[in-house]
Ligand binder design. Structure first.
Ligand SMILES: [Zn+2]
Length: 284
């Protein structure tokens, strides 16, 4: 059984067929965490989760790039376009409204939240934007501790600042460093703070993350897609979906010389424990 710990079936790319995509994933025995990136998509993630109790869960929060109005695209280190342009409105975060959402039993994490120093545009006041991201991130850490839930962290080009914040402002339940793209030494520092490392299609694109996979204990890894983005290996360039979590499992199994079944079982157990999905299942 596979768990996609980070999906965006609440995004426009699935406007026409979210239910179909969800159903075929659940029919394959999957569990999915649908993640919000601003208030509207967070509220939608909760709404969807209520339709599929115990199978589809939600995370609520404001992604750091949504704090600034602009257009962003995601490129990899070879300058290849991974995610086409996303337009953001520059959200004003209302923590009281988020607190109400976060208390819903379908919500298993606060996120995605974090730091993104990768997507600043020419002429941006970077220091002011970084300060704003940190301020909001601290607000969400506080919310996670108030509601007693873990965090789902997005972090690009800011692992040092992130570690510093998490060390001095601990999240009681820790959480997941989603779409981890650092080295294994950095991963180890997050793991020591109690975090799990979320791996997705990026690790299937070449050999860049083979060392990370090799050196990181499977008990510290969870799987994700980040769909509709970052479709793995053979599906690269297509719209991603939760079923493709299997390709990430396949890559890890290959590097670790294990079966895909073992990878699926252990990473799913990690996700269920970290996100306390069991508690939610039993209550349904
Ligand atoms: Zn995401």
């Amino acid at each position: 059984m596979l768990i996609d710990t980070h999906a965006h079936l609440n995004f426009g790319a699935f406007r026409e067929d979210a239910d179909e995509v969800i159903k075929r994933s659940l029919d394959a025995g999957m569990m999915i965490v649908n993640v919000g990136s601003q208030y509207s998509t967070s509220a939608r993630a909760v709404k969807y989760a209520k339709k599929y109790p115990g199978k589809l869960f939600a995370a609520v929060g404001t992604h750091p790039i949504h704090l600034h109005a602009g257009n962003f695209s995601y490129k990899d280190q070879d300058d290849e376009l991974l995610i086409e342009e996303i337009a953001t409105i520059g959200e004003d975060v209302d923590f009281e409204k988020y607190r109400e959402l976060a208390l819903e039993k379908e919500v298993v994490a606060i996120g995605e939240i974090g730091l993104d120093y990768h997507h600043f545009n020419e002429g941006d006041d970077r220091e002011r934007m970084k300060a704003r991201q940190k301020e909001v991130f601290l607000g969400f850490i506080n919310l996670a501790n108030v509601v007693g839930k873990p965090v789902m962290i997005h972090c690009w080009d800011a692992y040092e600042d992130l570690l510093e914040i998490l060390e001095s402002n601990p999240v009681k339940k820790a959480g997941i460093i989603h779409s981890f793209i650092g080295g294994y030494r950095t991963a180890k520092r997050f793991i020591e703070l109690g975090y799990k490392i979320g791996l997705n299609g990026i690790v299937t694109y070449g050999i860049s993350y083979d060392r990370l996979i090799k050196e990181t204990d499977l008990s510290d890894i969870v799987l994700e897609t980040d769909c509709p983005y970052l479709a793995p290996g053979p599906k690269k360039g297509e719209r991603n979906e939760p079923l493709y979590t299997a390709y990430v499992a396949e890559k890890i199994a290959e590097i670790k010389n294990m079966t895909e079944k073992e990878v699926a079982e252990i990473t799913s157990r990690n996700a269920r424990e970290m996100l306390e999905m069991e508690t939610n299942c039993n209550s349904n």
